[in-house]
Design a protein around this ligand. Structure first.
Ligand code: SF4
Length: 383
């Protein structure tokens, strides 16, 4: 083994294979995995129950390295957001959202995104590259151990992970699945499949693969009740139109840990938020009902950004829309806006970094201005 490897890139299976290559027994991989993910260790010398000979071998073959933090922001409502440097002038965002009964981490899967949804700040930046497994899991690794230390807690802080940050996770499938496995592994983060959600704009073939390989909870970015409008808002719809997408949702449910798929619907003023749109959605859902109501809606107040040319639907219209869906027997929630004061919507900070002009100066400036100790006072109750 000539090149050093980052152990964050490995799920337990691959770590066991790596340990075998070093001539070590499988249970050593379990110990090592626990040190890394459950205890947040990054130095082999700290792993006191590993034999000295193994630690020595590890030092010459591997390392454990997270992502450099460019900036850290704390909202008055307890939401925290980190901007991580992934090299070559690219950055990704991770957001922690504390609530009374859970702590949710929103994780990025790509630097930028190729799908190009019209209402999405990340989509406007274009696609730079896929994150590796290590770069995906590093966001959880850092946030979990930072928050434990910061809040003075021994037990788990992050109870839920949503793959809803920057990027289309199912267009980075090979790196995503081992990261999901590390999240679910009892020797890693031990999250239940119901509490890990992959959100997709509708990459149908990969939804079918995920159902087989690692069926976690599924959310689909719907945003429109008909193909004409969805073609404009979510360009991937031209490849996988609504009928195909909703059929794939029903197939997924055969394997899913929940008996519903969450349909995300970003409320855009005058674009997709009329009574007629709500009625079309009801008809669409009923036409794909399978064995009854199979979905719930999550209405998302749009987070405006300058290049979008779109604005947020008034709250009374969002409430009326929710009522129409609810009256039709479809469970509908309205997402609370969180962290508005720190641009917590996906892609809004990274957009600053993605402007490659004088990127080094901009990053350096962000480091000095934004990276500072923060006081988190919100109590987070783990699941
Ligand atoms: S909404 Fe998701 S899939 Fe669409 S452009 Fe943004 S990150 Fe990509």
């Amino acid at each position: 083994m000539s090149q050093l490897v980052n152990l964050l890139d490995f799920d337990l299976e691959r770590l066991a294979a790596f340990c075998e290559q070093l001539g070590e027994k499988r249970f050593r991989a379990t110990q090592l995995f626990r040190w890394i993910h459950q205890r947040g260790a990054s130095e082999f010398d700290a792993m006191s129950d590993l034999a000295k000979s193994l630690r020595k071998k590890l030092k010459t073959t591997a390392f454990i390295r997270g992502l450099p933090v460019i900036s850290q922001h704390a909202s008055g409502d307890g939401t925290m957001k980190w901007l991580f440097d992934v090299g070559d002038g690219n950055a990704v965002e991770t957001v922690f959202i504390p609530e009374d009964d859970r702590g949710t981490l929103c994780v990025s899967s790509q630097a930028g995104c190729a799908v190009g949804c019209r209402f999405c700040s990340t989509g406007h930046q274009g696609f730079s590259r896929n994150l590796s497994t290590g770069e995906i899991i590093a966001q959880l690794w850092f946030a979990e151990h930072f928050l434990r230390q910061h809040l003075g807690r021994d037990e788990r802080v992050i109870s839920n992970v949503v793959m809803m940050g920057m990027g289309e996770p199912l267009q980075n499938y090979g790196a995503l699945v081992p990261a999901l496995r590390s999240m679910l592994d009892d020797h890693g983060y031990g999250l239940s499949r119901r509490r890990v959600t992959v959100s997709t704009s509708g990459v149908v073939p990969m939804m079918d693969r995920l159902a087989q390989d690692c069926p976690v909870a599924l959310a689909v970015s719907l945003h429109a009740p008909n193909d004409v409008l969805r073609d404009q808002l979510v360009p991937l719809n031209r490849k996988y139109p609504l009928a195909e997408l909703l059929d794939a949702c029903n197939r997924y449910l055969v394997h899913a840990p929940r008996d519903f798929v969450t349909l995300e619907y970003c409320m855009l003023d005058g674009v997709n938020d009329s009574i007629e749109h709500a009625q079309q959605l009801i008809a669409l859902v009923r036409a794909h009902a399978g064995q009854g109501v199979w979905c719930k809606f999550n209405l998302i107040p749009f987070n405006p950004f300058p290049a979008s040319g779109l604005s947020r639907s008034p709250l009374d219209r969002v409430a009326a829309f929710a009522r129409i869906l609810g009256d039709a027997g479809i469970v509908t929630t309205i997402r609370k806006t969180r962290g508005d004061d720190i641009d917590a919507a996906c892609g809004q900070l990274a957009g600053d970094v993605k402007d490659r002009t004088r990127v080094v100066e901009r990053m350096a400036q962000q480091r000095s201005v934004r990276l500072r100790p923060v006081a988190v006072t919100t109590e987070i109750k783990g699941a």
